[in-house]
Design a protein around this ligand. Structure first.
Ligand SMILES: Cc1ncc(COP(=O)(O)O)c(C=O)c1O
Length: 445
């Protein structure tokens, strides 16, 4: 759209894009050059309303001045220092500020650069925690079908979206998957938490029995499954998982890369559901989509288990060159300031009802087979296209046409996903939902 790819300098041949059908994209490029607030702009200055907060990350709005100022000031002072046995004040400050706004139990945070790395960190801490306590047989990790935990080998192994895993051959051993919680006959078109499905948590008991309690290290789930198409947990399900983990000495990990930092109107899903895991991962909204950042939060119980042995010895043999990078740490602090000063959480909570009401008006539109929502995230599931090899065609076509009409809404498989920046107002919601309805009507005509 309006961007010249014909010169060598602007060639599209070299950049192998993530999760993108390269040949299709080259024929139908979607390119933006600027962003501000709720909007992207293409090279001709056309406004594109951001219906997905970049990729669930720009919660405090694009180009947020507080985030920008924090990063710029940091760059003027210190570009980089390794946090391997050196340190800089911004990382310590970011960690303290984060832990202060997290639910009480989480007083320690390990920094990384992405959701995938935050997840790897969580899995490694969980496995290592049991070893530190002399419980080294505990090595089985239990994930869930249809879950997404990033693209590194640990996260991919516990993840449960078949097309994300299946082309990479053998993944980690000692991994099992609980059933997912979506059933079209029983909980389609639920608003918020579905009534049906709490019993699916009992499957965890069966799996523990199967593998032996003494062998199971951790259960990892997204409190709301995001990438697979927004599956809120059935009522009582998370509570039950917590109780089962407690009964068997198993750690519970919440992957909050999507749900954290405001998407459910709180800093963490813990505040939304009142269920406390042992470890929490975050990324995306953490730095408002500016500088890559990931975070893994743990309780005192876990952290203290590592703080034993000779004090000269490294307690956790893990870390990334850019863990606690000065610019990422500054971006986190700027984002926290923006969330507080711009009343982002309050606005997110205010928009939950209008978003829910708006998306459910699409129920009778062509191809729509389910609509799900919670907090400020919603999915509209379309029927599979009749060609099995291209089941997502309806959703993809809608997403591309929406962009042409000035609205960015992501498709993932057969689902359209809506999760606008948390500075949205009802007018933005109306524009997104009305546009989706118009495109669905137009495509069916
Ligand atoms: C729940 C969850 N975990 C992990 C990830 C991976 O994050 P990243 O793409 O930053 O590696 C994602 C990304 O969408 C996610 O939704």
């Amino acid at each position: 759209m309006g961007y010249d790819f014909t010169t060598a300098a602007n060639s599209m041949d070299e950049f192998w894009m993530p999760f993108t059908p390269m040949r299709y994209f080259k024929e139908h490029p979607r390119v933006v050059v600027r962003s501000e607030g709720m909007y992207y702009y293409d090279s001709e200055g056309k406004e594109i309303l951001d219906g997905i907060a970049g990729l669930w990350c720009v919660n405090a709005g694009h180009n947020n001045p507080r985030v920008k100022e924090a990063i710029t000031a940091q760059l003027d002072a210190l570009d980089y220092v390794s946090n391997f046995q050196y340190g800089h004040p911004t990382a310590f400050k970011a960690a303290s500020r984060l832990c202060a706004v997290m639910p009480d139990a989480y007083n320690h945070v390990f920094f990384s650069n992405s959701g995938s790395e935050a997840v790897e960190t969580a899995l490694k801490i969980a496995l290592s925690y049991h070893r530190m306590r002399g419980d080294g047989t505990r090595r089985v990790l239990i994930g869930r079908e249809r879950s997404y935990h990033g693209v590194n080998f640990g996260g991919m192994s516990v993840g449960g979206i078949p097309y994300v895993r299946s082309t990479f051959g053998q993944l980690l051993p000692d991994v099992a998957h609980m059933p997912h919680t979506h059933d079209m006959d029983r909980n389609a078109f639920s608003r918020g938490l579905p009534d049906w499905g709490v019993h699916l948590a009992d499957e965890l008991e069966e799996m523990i029995y199967m593998h032996g309690e003494e062998n199971v290290a951790a259960v990892i789930i997204e409190p709301v499954a995001g990438s697979t198409g927004i599956l809120p947990p059935p009522k009582g399900y998370l509570e039950k998982l917590r109780a089962i983990c407690d009964a068997h000495g198993i750690l519970l990990i919440f992957d909050e890369v999507v749900t954290g930092f405001g998407r459910l109107g709180h800093m963490s899903a813990v505040d939304y559901f009142g269920v406390q895991p042992d470890i929490i991962t975050m990324a995306k909204g953490l730095s408002n989509g500016t500088v890559p950042a990931g975070a893994t939060f743990v309780t005192d119980e876990i952290y203290n288990a590592f703080m034993t042995g000779p004090k000269e010895a490294i307690e956790l043999m893990h870390g990334y060159t850019y863990s606690g990078h000065p610019l990422a740490a500054a971006a986190i602090i700027g984002t926290l300031d923006a969330i507080q000063d711009d009343h982002i959480l309050e606005n997110a909570r205010k928009m939950e009802g209008p978003l829910e009401n708006a998306v459910h008006t699409l129920k009778d539109k062509p191809h729509v087979v389910d609509i799900r929502n919670i907090g400020t995230m919603a999915a509209i599931q379309l029927e599979d296209y009749h060609d099995h090899d291209d089941a997502a065609k309806y959703a993809r076509d809608v997403s591309w046409e929406l962009f042409r009409r000035g609205v960015m809404v992501r498709y993932s498989g057969v689902n359209l996903q809506i999760c606008p920046p948390l500075i949205m107002n009802e007018g933005h919601i109306d524009q997104i939902v009305t546009s989706i309805g118009e495109v669905l009507d137009a495509q069916a005509a």
